[in-house]
Write a protein that binds this ligand. Structure first.
Ligand code: PGA
Length: 235
């Protein structure tokens, strides 16, 4: 495992973006595994800058995202499809049909099976970007989910729904379930880059990478990945 500590969020984002840009430069049709959340936004901004400078061409790149709420229309500004379009896809020269986010409007079991087939058909993920939740979750893989799962449906806990309610008009509008790529699929990525920033994330990142490997801390299994870079920013 490679561990990088940076002083600033901008530096963390630049280092993560460099690894993704290098992957695309070496393999123009690379499959990028992408994540939502506030942490990766700077990484996406930096990739957009590199694209605008003419340094990276996304025309043949494929992307697969980690998760999506069940029941949300992709046009809903709380959907993860909307987030990705807004922060990255609409700002670079990627083919929309090459961007995959689980479909929250399909019957969930079917959406999961199709998503695993899609990842397999693309040849697997070359480089996976991950954030980490304060409880060690990855995507919507919450503590005590099994490590040995492909894409699956999870029922959102009351605390997760309450935490996310601030983004919705009322808690009743917060979806009750989500689709997430499982830890088994994530571990199959050829390379993983995990970004985390701020003092509030320090303890969980340490616990995930220096503590016991346990489903109680889903990110802890990443210790066993042969090619992982953790980029932690102090701010
Ligand atoms: P954050 O979310 O980047 O908004 O902190 C990370 C996560 O919960 O996976």
């Amino acid at each position: 495992m490679e561990w990088i500590t940076t002083e600033t969020y901008a530096e963390m984002s630049r280092k993560a973006a460099n690894l993704f840009a290098a992957t695309v430069i070496l393999k123009p049709n690379a499959v990028l595994g992408l994540a939502t959340g506030s942490t990766p936004i700077g990484t996406y901004d930096r990739l957009v800058e590199m694209y605008k400078a003419g340094d990276v061409d996304f025309s043949r790149v494929r992307t697969v995202n980690l998760d999506e709420y069940c029941g949300l229309d992709p046009a809903n500004d709380q959907s993860y499809r909307w987030f990705m379009n807004h922060h990255l896809f609409h700002r670079i020269n990627i083919e929309p049909s090459n961007t995959y986010v689980p479909n929250g409007l399909l019957e969930p079991e079917r959406a999961c099976a199709e998503y695993d087939q899609t990842i397999e058909r693309l040849g697997g993920v070359d480089i996976q970007l991950l954030g980490i939740g304060l409880n060690g979750h990855i995507g919507f893989n919450e503590p005590h989910d099994s490590f040995d799962l492909g894409t699956h449906v999870i029922k959102l806990s009351d605390s997760t729904r309450a935490a996310n309610a601030r983004f919705f008009a009322s808690i009743d509008e917060v979806p009750k379930a989500a689709i997430t790529v499982g830890m088994r699929t994530i571990m199959q990525a050829k390379r993983i880059v995990l970004v985390a920033n701020g003092p509030q994330k320090y303890e969980i990142v340490k616990r995930a990478f220096e503590g016991e490997v346990t489903p109680a801390v889903p990110a802890s299994i990443l210790q066993l990945h042969p090619n992982i870079t953790v980029i932690y920013s102090k701010e």
